[in-house]
Design a protein around this ligand. Structure first.
Ligand code: PBG
Length: 329
């Protein structure tokens, strides 16, 4: 090999001397192409209600979507991921696979407004069920295999509505295989699956659960989401999803799990997505509002770190602002 020279021959500061040289040797650069913007769609008319724990993020009714889609598209953001708040909740979450459900209708509105905007749908049950869990509940247990049938129906109904990609987030075993098979059987072999492959039972989801009105009504999600203390288990979860046919593999949350993103990126040849979750967003917003942090600088630093760790795609509530910051810079 070779030996690196030492000081005074070596002076790393030479490459930081001017702004232009720093730009030339920059290793990681955010692009608007990296971003996926989450949207929360609700029933009703003229609803544009800010989520108190997530400043700058809104509940939107269908009539608000064309304007939102135009803004997102103008900024060059390539994709959105949809979360729906149903009109009513029940034990299986019927609206989840209803062709007239809120997400299915939102997909149609968005694709009509801009067919080139990629529409990804979150496939889960917690927003739709009265118990708030991500699966069917029997005797207080979240049962796995019966839940897969529901996920399969939901995914097919999203594809039928025109979704470009589905993203199962419920952390049931076998969910990717079940959805892949159902999509293929229904004529949607071309629709990719972005699997929430390593999803942790994280307290950083707090603000999202307000936004999606989806907190579990009893217990917690620890029997299906992963223990934050485990890293090798993440590689096993991702490997299973890859073998079941996942096209994109996701790590979630992002910021407290940069080591997982790096390991997943180094281990598997698929594109890696990372979810910069609600709590990671709200922390920065809250500190910025207090004047404790520079929102723009910190948000861009965090997003750059997520990309540097190995994420090809970043799901983030900062997508619109970051797009403006990057383009304006
Ligand atoms: C639903 C789901 C959750 C998030 C995305 N999909 C919440 C959860 O698992 O409780 C969290 C997103 C965020 O916090 O921004 N299964």
């Amino acid at each position: 090999m070779y030996t690196l020279p030492l000081f005074p021959t070596a002076r790393p500061r030479r490459l930081r001397w001017t702004q232009t040289i720093r730009r030339m040797v920059e290793e990681t650069r955010l692009s608007v192409d990296d971003f996926i913007y989450p949207l929360f769609v609700v029933h009703g008319e003229n609803v544009r209600r800010e989520i108190p724990s997530m400043p700058g993020v809104f509940h939107l009714s269908l009539d608000q979507l064309p304007r939102e889609v135009e803004e997102i598209s103008t900024l060059g953001i390539p994709a959105v991921i949809l979360f729906g708040l149903p009109a009513s909740k029940d034990p299986v979450g019927r609206e989840n696979f209803d062709p007239e459900g809120i997400v299915q209708r939102a997909v149609r509105v968005i694709k009509e407004e801009n067919p080139d905007l990629t529409v990804i749908t979150d496939v889960c049950m917690c927003e739709y069920t009265d118990h708030g869990h991500c699966g069917i509940v029997r005797d207080g247990i979240i049962v796995n295999d019966e839940t897969l049938d529901i996920y399969a129906r939901v995914a097919v109904s999203h594809a039928a509505a025109g979704a470009d990609m589905v993203a199962p987030s419920g952390m049931m075993d076998g969910q990717v295989a079940a959805i892949r098979r159902a999509l293929d059987d229904a004529g949607y072999a071309h629709i990719p699956i972005m699997a929430y492959a390593a999803k942790y039972a994280s307290n950083f989801y707090g603000p999202f659960r307000d936004a999606a009105q989806s907190p579990p009504q009893f217990g917690d999600r620890k029997s299906y989401q992963m223990n934050p203390a485990n890293a090798r288990e993440a590689l096993r979860e991702v490997a299973l999803d890859v073998q079941e046919g996942a096209d994109i593999i996701m790590v979630k949350p992002a910021l407290a799990y940069l080591d997982i993103i790096r390991q997943v990126r180094d281990t598997f040849p698929l594109p890696v997505a990372a979810y910069n979750v609600s709590g990671e967003y709200s922390m920065i917003k809250a500190a910025a509002r207090n004047g404790w942090l520079d929102e723009r600088a910190v948000a861009l630093e965090v997003l750059t770190a997520i990309k540097r760790a190995g994420a090809d795609l970043i799901l983030t509530y900062f997508a619109k602002d970051a797009a403006k910051w990057i383009q304006g810079a």
